[in-house]
Write a protein that binds this ligand. Structure first.
Ligand code: ADP
Length: 418
């Protein structure tokens, strides 16, 4: 952590400015103190000179000689020797004690006052700084408690810089993760609740029908026609329930992200062939045609099993909503950056009031001729395609037909062509 980073913190910066001001004021204080000491020493030396001059005058020494003696600045060996003989050396105990005591008395209060002021300033400044910092930390602590309780309405200050700013940013990152996790958990709970409600709601009707068929068969065991008819109906209801449960389980697993796609380069003719394989007999039986068309060399980077199932659902819908003689076309092409597969039919088309809802679970168009559909084919197709990074769109003209377009981004390294 560099000093520059530390000083980006507002409070620390102010404290540093305060310390710098004190540091700048210290030489001025030292200068003032030395001037005071100089003046005091000057007054003390003058006193001494006055005493010496007075004594010499009393002994009849000429004024000129006294003035010359007092102005002298050189110390001779004889002078030193004389001082030593009369006991005036630095080692002499008590020498000049009254003068020195006076000097100390004059200078000490100023020194003590300056030191006290400095100490008070430093302590006061440190206290103000510490209180400001403690207030910011206490505010952050209160907010972190709110985060812990799941309340993310308020946020840590974003303008904080320096070490505290870094700490706040890290805490914010943690809070964002926590919030995302909390929301994901909430969504997962809602999703589970909705899924359970959907499944139980959808199974209610076929289960009730099964119960009824069972009662009829039990009431008339000898009526072979009735037994056959209602056993057939029970078989249909069971098949419907099975396909409903299968589709629900698949959508739920896809939505919950528990399905891992296994993408591979899939030649499109093969993929489209797989998608329509189980529907060709039905189309023939109903007098409808399924056409596959596109560049035979084009490949799609996708999970072949799941993608064929999604495309198969679109083709099945095409058959569901075309009359005898109708046509369902599966075509594919490469556009810059993506591969698009279209499933087009010349059937009933989709009513404008339905088109924005058809990808919702259990939604079934009002005018649809198909009574067997459960409204899960399109949501399943969409979950499969979007789960692999693709998108499904639809365009339709009522009375003329519908076109579902499945677009996938190019595979790794943009390799799409074989
Ligand atoms: P299902 O087909 O089981 O009813 P889907 O989710 O596959 O459920 O479709 C939802 C609704 O979208 C259908 O009930 C129908 O009204 C409409 N739809 C889907 N595909 C077509 C289509 N090719 N032509 C006309 N309507 C369609």
């Amino acid at each position: 952590m560099t000093p520059a980073h530390i000083l980006r913190d507002r409070t620390l910066r102010r404290f540093a400015v305060f310390l710098a001001l004190i540091a700048a004021a210290l030489p001025a204080a030292a200068l003032a103190f030395s001037l005071l000491a100089q003046r005091t020493a000057q007054a003390m030396l003058l006193e001494r000179d006055g005493a010496v001059a007075s004594a010499l005058l009393a002994q009849g020494m000429a004024e000129n000689d006294i003035a010359a003696a007092l102005a002298a600045s050189e110390v001779s060996g004889a002078g030193r020797a004389l001082l030593a003989r009369i006991g005036r050396t630095a080692a002499t105990p008590g020498l000049l004690l009254p003068e020195l005591a006076g000097y100390r008395q004059a200078v000490l209060p100023a020194a003590l006052a300056a030191a006290g002021l400095l100490a008070a300033l430093l302590l006061g400044g440190a206290l103000v700084f510490a209180r400001a910092q403690a207030a910011r930390l206490a505010g952050a602590e209160r907010l972190l408690h709110r985060y812990a309780e799941g309340d993310f309405s308020a946020r840590l200050p974003r303008d904080a810089e320096g070490p505290l700013g870094s700490l706040f940013a890290a805490a914010e990152e943690l809070a964002t993760m926590l919030q995302a996790k909390t929301e994901a958990e909430h969504r997962a709970r809602q999703f589970l609740k909705q899924t359970i409600a959907d499944i139980s709601h959808q199974l209610k009707t076929p289960l009730a029908a099964l119960g009824l068929y069972q009662e009829i068969i039990a009431a008339e065991p000898d009526n072979a026609d009735a037994v056959r008819a209602f056993a057939g109906k029970a078989g249909d209801a069971l098949l419907r329930m099975e396909s409903l449960i299968q589709a629900m389980l698949k959508i739920t697993r896809l939505d919950a992200g528990s399905i891992r796609f296994a993408p591979a380069a899939c030649p499109l003719p093969d993929l489209a062939g797989r998608a329509v394989r189980d529907l060709l007999t039905r189309a023939e039986r109903e007098g409808k045609r399924i056409q596959l068309e596109g560049d035979p060399a084009l490949t799609l980077w996708c999970d072949p099993d799941w993608t064929a199932e999604a495309l198969g659902n679109l083709v099945k819908n095409g058959l569901d909503h075309t009359a005898a003689g109708g046509l369902v076309q599966v075509t594919w092409r490469h556009t810059p950056g993506m591969v698009q597969v279209q499933v087009a039919d010349n059937g009933s088309g989709i009513a404008p009031e339905d088109i924005h809802h058809i990808f919702k679970r259990f939604y079934r168009g009002r005018s649809g001729p198909d009574a067997r559909g459960a409204g899960l084919g399109l949501p399943l197709a969409r979950a499969i395609v979007e789960g692999q990074g693709g998108a499904v769109t639809v365009q339709s003209t009522p009375g003329q037909g519908s076109v579902f377009a499945v677009s996938f981004p190019d595979g790794p390294d943009g390799l799409t062509e074989l």
